[in-house]
Design a protein around this ligand. Structure first.
Ligand SMILES: Cc1cc2nc3c(=O)[nH]c(=O)nc-3n(C[C@H](O)[C@H](O)[C@H](O)COP(=O)(O)O)c2cc1C
Length: 185
């Protein structure tokens, strides 16, 4: 048995942007985590997602601001824009090749694959000493090239940085077995 796997999984936890500092992952670390995030079970030939690193936070801030009602005041605008600035690195998980022709079952399987990708990304970052937090995303009316609204949608954002306290890989708080959602049928 390879205990390092369980140590890694059980010691990972989400850490919000307030507890994330620089540095963000460099290109090599990001590519390694995304490679892990592409090594996932998938029923179709093509992965149903892609990852985007949001390099221009200002453009994302403008998307958040544009989603506000036209009469939003300055404070609301500043708050909306600030969402784009959180975390030393910001990634978007984007569902690709969306089609109304697919069955509900296919849709579910595609989401399962994207979820597996999210998990491997988080673990791939954690294994390299980085902290991350997944946060919800809403689709933008005009996403300014971040994704193509004709066939793509945002699934979530992931904020990434260096944890303000060093990662403890021995911190295996796996919780109580009583609450394991597992039955024998
Ligand atoms: C798709 C998705 C969206 C999420 N959105 C938010 C969010 O907007 N805000 C938030 O506080 N937590 C959000 N969460 C939950 C956190 O990312 C995190 O999973 C949760 O706090 C549990 O922490 P853990 O990873 O340490 O178990 C989201 C999780 C997922 C999977």
């Amino acid at each position: 048995m390879d205990e390092s796997f369980f140590r890694l999984v059980f010691s990972r936890h989400s850490l919000g942007p307030k507890h994330q500092t620089i540095p963000a992952p460099d290109v090599g670390a990001l590519r390694l985590a995304v490679s892990a995030a592409c090594h996932v079970p998938c029923h179709g030939e093509n992965l149903p997602f892609r990852w985007a690193e949001v390099a221009s936070r200002d453009r994302l801030a403008s998307l958040f601001e544009a989603a506000l009602p036209a009469d939003a005041d300055e404070a609301a605008r500043a708050k909306a824009r600030s969402k784009a600035l959180k975390g030393p690195m910001l990634l978007a998980l984007i569902e690709t090749d969306i089609s109304p022709e697919r069955s509900e079952r296919d849709e579910t399987e595609r989401k399962l694959t994207a979820g597996a990708s999210l998990m491997n990304l988080l673990l791939g970052l954690h294994a390299q000493g980085f902290a991350a937090k997944t946060v919800s995303a809403k689709d933008f009316e005009a996403p300014d090239g971040l994704y193509d609204p004709a066939g793509e949608a945002i699934l979530c954002f992931v904020l990434v940085g260096t944890p303000d306290k060093p990662v403890d890989y021995n911190d295996i708080g796996q919780g109580s077995d009583e609450h394991l959602p597992l039955v024998r049928w």
